[in-house]
Design a protein around this ligand. Structure first.
Ligand code: PBG
Length: 351
């Protein structure tokens, strides 16, 4: 038996460095904590739909609902109480068509929601998602190369067109700004989308509306539940011709830089947890702009499912996951956990 000898070798007086000294008590741990998750770091996504008096549950996202306009005041109140400063709005249109007409209609569902919240919650920051996929009948993020003749005869039929889509994104952003958006968030990964949105806003005296660009957005399986929530799954094909390849990290820096050059005010990396390395690199490459991470629907669904099965402690797991996103470099986080997390954070600090 050599155990007693081993104890003597590393025994009292032998170790100069003992990191455990600073972990002994809750107060010490709080004192040396490097990153702090706050309710003010959180943005809550809202899904709005036509109709009245409805909170329609989303099966794959327990606790998240599609809301009708009349439900928004109550929601905004709750967010105010919790200290959550911002929402990002997604709309489910009444009807879908090839170009997504409701997307830039003054009476579109997002425009109605913006006007309502602008009135009822003047202190809430209103961010609107600017993309085509929830509004088009084909579910793609841009116009398709279809017709006889198609707009681009030298490109394959059905291809998502870039420059033709930019003009539409500008119209959508302008329409959201007119309805009261503080921030517009182009999410379609079209080349030049930030410049197009900036030009459209500036040409109509909306210089003050900020652009939060989904600069680094991957073609991810983790958007699955969102596509149910927003009823926006592509009817055929996928988004790999415009969203990024999950195998690429260097390319994220290029995407980020291009959006900074085009005038983005803040950037998003999306998804969050499977891409913390990317988040950290973008943070380093763009040290001077606010950086956000989108903790997406699939990340939410995984934790909810595991918690519902009793396989992990939801509160601890959620706060740990969100803290890790801040640690990797995000200033703020778009997350479906926002309300619960904010409530937990105000109840008491993680020990
Ligand atoms: C596009 C958009 C998507 C998400 C946010 N904006 C879906 C997509 O690209 O398919 C996904 C968000 C999530 O999964 O939580 N309008």
């Amino acid at each position: 038996m050599s155990a007693p000898e081993a104890i003597e070798l590393t025994g009292v007086g032998q170790l100069r460095h003992r990191p455990r000294r600073l972990r002994r008590t809750s107060a010490l741990r709080r004192l040396v904590r490097e990153h702090q998750l706050l309710p003010s770091n959180l943005v809550y996504p809202l899904f709005v739909r036509h109709g009245q008096d409805e909170r329609r549950p989303i099966a794959s996202m327990p606790g998240v609902f599609q809301l009708t306009i009349d439900q928004l005041d109550r929601e905004a109140d709750e967010l105010g109480q919790l200290g959550i400063p911002a929402v990002i709005l997604f709309g489910i249109p009444a009807e879908k068509d090839p170009i997504g007409l409701e997307n830039f209609d003054d009476n579109g569902i997002v425009q109605q929601a913006l006007r309502r919240l602008r009135q009822s919650a003047p202190d809430l920051t209103l961010i609107s998602d600017v993309c085509l996929c929830e509004y088009t009948d084909h579910g793609h993020c841009g116009l398709l190369n279809l017709g006889d003749p198609p707009p681009r005869p030298h490109l394959p039929p059905g291809e998502v067109l870039n420059d033709e889509t930019l003009e539409l994104l500008g119209r959508v952003a302008l329409s959201h700004a007119s309805a009261g958006a503080d921030v517009v968030a182009p999410s379609g990964m079209m080349d030049g989308m930030v410049a197009a949105v900036r030009a459209a806003l500036d040409s109509s005296a909306f210089e003050h509306v900020a652009i939060l660009s989904y600069a680094v957005k991957y073609a991810s399986a983790f958007y699955g539940p969102f596509r149910h929530a927003a009823e926006s799954a592509p009817q055929h094909g996928d988004r790999r011709s415009h969203q990024m390849d999950p195998a690429n990290a260097r390319e994220a820096l290029r995407e980020a830089r291009l959006d900074v050059e085009q005038g983005a005010d803040a950037l998003i990396v999306k998804p969050a947890l499977p891409y913390l390395d990317v988040l950290q690199r973008v943070r380093q490459a763009v040290p001077d702009l606010p950086l956000a991470a989108y903790n997406v629907s699939g990340e939410y669904a995984m934790l909810k499912a595991a918690a519902a099965s009793g396989w992990l402690d939801e509160r601890r797991a959620v706060l740990e996951a969100l803290t890790s996103i801040k640690r990797a470099g995000a200033d703020f986080i778009l997350t479906y956990h926002a309300k619960q997390a904010a409530a937990w954070l105000t109840e008491g600090q993680p020990r």
